[in-house]
Write a protein that binds this ligand. Structure first.
Ligand SMILES: Cc1ncc(COP(=O)(O)O)c(C=O)c1O
Length: 361
C-alpha cells in the first residue's frame, strides 16, 4: 500500500521533544503560576534576543498581536492601512476590527509579496501604515517599502526564524499556531518592537489597559500568552535554527529534483524560511488532483482573495481590481514540506507532479 505523505507533519517535529515538554509542563504544575509566570518572562527575553529587538510582548494569538499594535498606534476609524489581499484573512480583519480601512495593493507575481510600486499608488493622506506580510516565509521587500516613509507593521506570522525580518518596521507580529515555523501547543502570538513606549502600551493593552490590576488607563483586552505555551515555545525556540536549515534544504531538494520543470517554483532567497513551499501553475487543479490520488497532501491559498471575501464586500472591490492577486489565487499550490521530510518522499511528490503534466522523468 502506498504510504501517505502529509502536507505538514507537525508531530514529527515535536515528537523527539515530548519528554522535555512534559518535564516543562510538570514544572508549571508544581509552580502553579499559569498566567504571567516565569516562562512567559523568559520566553519574551529569549525571543527578543533571537529577533534582535529591544522588546517582545507575548499575546493570545497572531491576530490579537496585529490588533494590539494598531490599537497602540491609535490607528482607528478614518485611517487607512495598505496590505495585500493575497494573505490569510486575519491581516485585513485586524485592520477592519480597529475601525480602520484595509486598502489592498497588488502583489509581485513571482514573490507573491506586496509589490512596492502598487503600494505607492495606494498611498493617500489617510494612510497611517503599510502592513507587509512575509508570505509563506519569504521576506517582503521591507527596504523598498520603507522608502515610502510610512510606518511598517510586519505581519510576520509565517516567518519566525528569518534573519531578514523584525526590527525594520515599527513592530512585527507573530503567530504560534501549531503549523507555524515556531509553534506552540495551541494558540499564541507575539509582538516584537524596538520602540519601548509602544511596547509599554501593548503590554498594558493585552491586560485591560492596566499596569497592575487596580488602575485601568486604556480600553484594552485580555490577550496573554499563557505559561504552558511559553514553556513549550522556549524548548522549540532552541530548535528553530536547526529546523530552518532542514526546511531550506528540503526546498533546495525540490528545485534539484526538477519540480521547476513542471511549474514555477519559488526561487531561493536569503531569509526565506519556507513556512510553505508554494509553486504556481495554470494547471494547479490537475496537479492537486493527482497528488490527492497519490495520497500526497497539498494545499492552495486565499481563493477568494481578501478583496472578494463576503465580509469585506463593503470596501467596494470587484473582480479584476487586483489581477496578479486573483491569478495567483487560482494558480498556487503547496507541496509537502516540514523540518524532517526525507528525500524519498520528495521524489514521490515531484514524480507525481511531473507525471500529472506529462513532463518526462
Ligand atoms: C499571515 C497571517 N497573519 C495572521 C495570522 C493570524 O494568526 P493566529 O491564527 O495566531 O491568530 C496568520 C495565521 O494564522 C497568518 O498566516
Amino acid at each position: 500500500m502506498t504510504q501517505q505523505i502529509p502536507l505538514i507533519d507537525v508531530k514529527a517535529q515535536y515528537a523527539p521533544f515530548i519528554p522535555q515538554i512534559k518535564a516543562a509542563i510538570d514544572e508549571v504544575l508544581e509552580n502553579g503560576q499559569f498566567v504571567f509566570g516565569p516562562n512567559v518572562t523568559a520566553f519574551e527575553e529569549e525571543a527578543a534576543r533571537y529577533l534582535g529587538v529591544r522588546e517582545t510582548i507575548g499575546v493570545g494569538n497572531g491576530t490579537d498581536a496585529i490588533v494590539l499594535v494598531l490599537n497602540a498606534l491609535e490607528i482607528a476609524a478614518g485611517d487607512e492601512v495598505i496590505c495585500p489581499a493575497f494573505t490569510f484573512y486575519a491581516t485585513a480583519e485586524a485592520i477592519a476590527r480597529v475601525g480602520a480601512t484595509p486598502v489592498f495593493a497588488d502583489i509581485d507575481p513571482h514573490t507573491l509579496n506586496l509589490d512596492p510600486e502598487r503600494v505607492a499608488e495606494r498611498v493617500t493622506s489617510r494612510t497611517k501604515a503599510i502592513m507587509p506580510v512575509h508570505l509563506f516565509g519569504r521576506p517582503a521587500p521591507l527596504a523598498e517599502l520603507a522608502e515610502l516613509g510610512l510606518p511598517l507593521i510586519e505581519d510576520a506570522a509565517q516567518a519566525f526564524g528569518s534573519p531578514e525580518i523584525a526590527g525594520v518596521g515599527i513592530a512585527s507580529t507573530f503567530s504560534f499556531y501549531p503549523t507555524k515555523n515556531l509553534f506552540g501547543l495551541g494558540d499564541g502570538g507575539l509582538v516584537a518592537t524596538n520602540d519601548e513606549g509602544l511596547a509599554e502600551r501593548i503590554r498594558m493593552l493585552r491586560f485591560h489597559g492596566s499596569k497592575a490590576k487596580r488602575v485601568f488607563e486604556y480600553i484594552g483586552t485580555n490577550s496573554r500568552l499563557d505559561e504552558i505555551q511559553a514553556a513549550a515555545l522556549r524548548i522549540f525556540l532552541r530548535e528553530l535554527d536547526g529546523w530552518t536549515v532542514l526546511r531550506r534544504e528540503a526546498a533546495e531538494r525540490y528545485r534539484e529534483l526538477g519540480l521547476g520543470d513542471a511549474c514555477e517554483v519559488p526561487a531561493d532567497e536569503p531569509g526565506h524560511v519556507y513556512h510553505l513551499f508554494v509553486s504556481r501553475s495554470p494547471q494547479r487543479d490537475e496537479i492537486r488532483a493527482a497528488l490527492t490520488e497519490a495520497q500526497i497532501g497539498s494545499g492552495d491559498y486565499y481563493l477568494p482573495p481578501l478583496h472578494l471575501q463576503p465580509a469585506l464586500r463593503y470596501l467596494g472591490y470587484s473582480e479584476g481590481d487586483l489581477p496578479e492577486t486573483e491569478r495567483a489565487a487560482k494558480e498556487n499550490f503547496s507541496v509537502p514540506l516540514w523540518a524532517g521530510i526525507i528525500g524519498e518522499q520528495q521524489e514521490r511528490v515531484v514524480a507525481t507532479v511531473r507525471a500529472a503534466l506529462g513532463v518526462p522523468a
